[in-house]
Design a protein around this ligand. Structure first.
Ligand code: IYR
Length: 218
């Protein structure tokens, strides 16, 4: 059944020309870094709710919104998530990753120690829903959830918060710890907070290939 169409409500018009508005947004986003050294400085639940609202505003296949954001602040649950992630990561660094993967990770200085999972005030665990809770089907699942996550990261950056896109692999332990249903598959684990005062990021993380290499106009 076709839904009634209405005039586009509340259209956003920037107060400056589009080149300027887009450049201003870029100037915020380009300063985002994946952070692994968090401060214990708290972030309010209200802030996290706004970030989830931004993510939840994302487009999705047939507007099914096939996602769930489990926002963890309980220190006991964070400790269990850290233990689960470190167990998988020990396996990853010792056995699962091939030589090229380990070489690619070297500049990032990552290892199996994931202390940030207990330090960051919030762990937002994003689940993709293989079907909705009522059993109805969903479309373009990965694309939809990926878009929502991108919007979450952008909103956090806009709010002056640091994030990390963490993907301990496999992530099944997250569904178990958080008691999620079988149709909910962990997609991404996003620690959210402020960088610690002594936070450092790898210089490699600052590099982007030139626009000409990633953009073609025909
Ligand atoms: N999940 C591991 C390894 C890792 C993989 C990629 I691809 C990264 O960009 C960063 C890390 C870890 O978190 O250490």
């Amino acid at each position: 059944m076709t839904s009634p169409f209405v005039p586009y409500p509340d259209r956003y018009t920037p107060p400056v020309p589009p080149e300027r508005a887009a450049a201003d947004f870029y100037d915020v986003l380009r300063r985002r870094r994946s952070v692994r050294m968090f401060s214990e400085r708290p972030v309010s639940r209200e802030t996290i709710e706004w970030l989830v609202r931004s993510a939840h505003s994302a487009p999705s296949g047939a507007n099914k919104q096939p996602w769930r954001f489990v926002c963890v602040q309980d220190p006991a649950i964070k400790a269990r998530i850290r233990a689960g992630a470190e167990q998988e990561e020990r396996e990853f660094y010792a056995r699962r990753a091939n030589a090229e993967w380990l070489r690619d990770l070297e500049p990032l200085g990552t290892d199996e120690n994931k202390a940030f999972l207990e330090v960051a005030p919030w762990l937002v665990v994003v689940f993709q829903l293989a079907h909705l809770d009522d059993g109805s089907q969903v479309y373009y699942l990965k694309e939809s959830v990926g878009l929502a996550c991108g919007m979450f990261l952008a909103a956090a950056q806009f709010a002056g918060l640091a994030t990390l896109t963490h993907t301990p692999s496999p992530m099944a332990f997250l569904g178990e710890i958080l008691g999620r249903g079988k149709h909910e598959r962990p997609f991404l684990l996003i620690p959210v907070g402020y960088p610690s005062d002594d936070c450092e990021v790898p210089s490699k993380a600052l590099e982007r290939r030139p626009l000409e290499q990633v953009m073609t106009v025909v």
